[in-house]
Design a protein around this ligand. Structure first.
Ligand SMILES: *Cc1c(COP(=O)(O)O)cnc(C)c1O
Length: 366
């Protein structure tokens, strides 16, 4: 029996677990196969730019990293056209989600988000004692703009919105996003999580562009984990509406949160947008091909502006997960009420996608 002398923070003790995708080692063990297709965590199957690998040779591990991430913030400032003092770098954008909650939320504060949504938008809010109101997506797997507007009218302390959406996939268009912005009160910090920004088509608005000049209190989150292929190095960033908010969030993170390897890699990645764009283009082609195969199997998937598809497989998602795992394929099964027949599949290499289509076909044809 564990001892119970230590009183735990009740908000933390009651947290739901984060539902991380199964890792490759565990999948090898469970499936008995070596050739695992890791399609659960929205990683980039193309790896990363060769310029990143070359830059890493210059790292000196014995020196502390720059706590201000000066070079990276400078490069991002140029890229997004926002002053450096409004940019904070995180050990992944999830680190920024935690720091934002810690900086803004007091126990009992109301937070709102969309459901199904990104787990940490809820978990980090709960960890700080907030209450979380969840606005459901529509039955046709798109954003329910009037319901989001209604939730915003209650002026939550934070509204977390991922567009393009994880796990569902669609992005808000300009008219919908403008309708949402019009409903944001000055008491609400709007956190627009654009982790899949680079994958969205030309019709999808640039949230940062739309928000600048809105007069609202906002944060736009972006990451190097997805299109830039640096998930394992942990680096993402937050762009704030003003430097006061940026300073508060900066104070609520640990000082050396971003290691030197991550900082150097991110700067090199930004310097090779051509690599990122060609990786995005091959993903887009593969996504269309997988989506077409799903249609021909009679399966429904949500519209996607991301590197994944949210698919109704028409049977228990855990069962589908087990079947695919036995074929060496890892996907993420959904358990949330109303979505128990959905899996989220990351677009992989063409060969991995072929394996996924074949294994899924076997499952639904029997
Ligand atoms: C992947 C993802 C993140 C986290 O990215 P990191 O930068 O790797 O921490 C944040 N938000 C959403 C919606 C994501 O899908």
């Amino acid at each position: 029996m564990p001892r119970k002398d230590i009183t735990l923070n009740p908000h933390v003790a009651a947290l739901p677990p984060y539902n991380a995708g199964m890792n490759i080692a565990a999948a090898r063990k469970l499936s008995g196969r070596d050739d695992i297709a890791a399609l659960a965590s929205n990683e980039n199957p193309d790896g990363c730019s060769p310029k990143v690998m070359a830059a890493l040779a210059g790292v000196n591990p014995s020196r502390y990293s720059d706590p201000a991430c000066t070079t990276l913030r400078g490069a991002l400032s140029t890229k997004v056209g926002v002053a450096s003092d409004r940019i904070v770098i995180g050990n992944g954008s999830e680190d920024m989600i935690a720091a934002i909650c810690r900086a803004v939320l007091c126990p009992g504060a109301p937070v709102a988000t969309v459901s199904p949504g990104f787990g940490l938008h809820e978990i980090e809010a709960l960890a700080n004692g907030a209450t979380v109101d969840k606005v459901p997506m529509r039955a046709d797997l798109d954003f329910d703009v009037p319901a989001i507007v209604a939730a915003l009218s209650k002026a939550p302390a934070i509204f977390f919105l991922s567009s393009p959406s994880n796990p569902v996939g669609p992005a808000l268009n300009t008219a919908s996003l403008e309708q949402i912005l019009a409903a944001v009160s000055h008491q609400t910090l709007l956190v627009l999580d654009e982790a899949y920004f680079e994958y969205a088509d030309d019709e999808t608005p640039d949230g940062l562009e739309l928000l600048s000049g809105s007069g609202l209190n906002y944060v736009v989150l972006r990451t190097f984990s997805k299109a830039y292929g640096l998930a394992g190095l942990r680096v993402g960033y937050a762009v704030f509406s003003d430097d006061r908010l940026a300073r508060a969030v900066s104070s609520s993170k640990t000082p050396f949160n971003v290691n030197s390897v991550a900082q150097i890699a991110a700067v090199a990645a930004l310097d090779d947008d051509a690599w990122m764009k060609s990786s995005v283009a091959s993903m887009t082609g593969e996504r269309a091909r997988v989506a077409e195969a799903l249609v021909s199997m009679g399966l429904r998937a949500a519209k996607s502006q991301t590197n994944f598809l949210f698919i109704d497989v028409g049977l228990d998602s855990q069962k589908a997960f087990g079947h695919l795992l036995s074929h060496g394929i890892i996907v993420k099964p959904w358990k949330e009420k109303g979505y128990e027949t959905f899996i989220r599949m990351t677009i992989g290499t063409p060969a991995e996608n072929d394996r996924f289509i074949a294994a899924l076909h076997m499952l639904i044809a029997r």
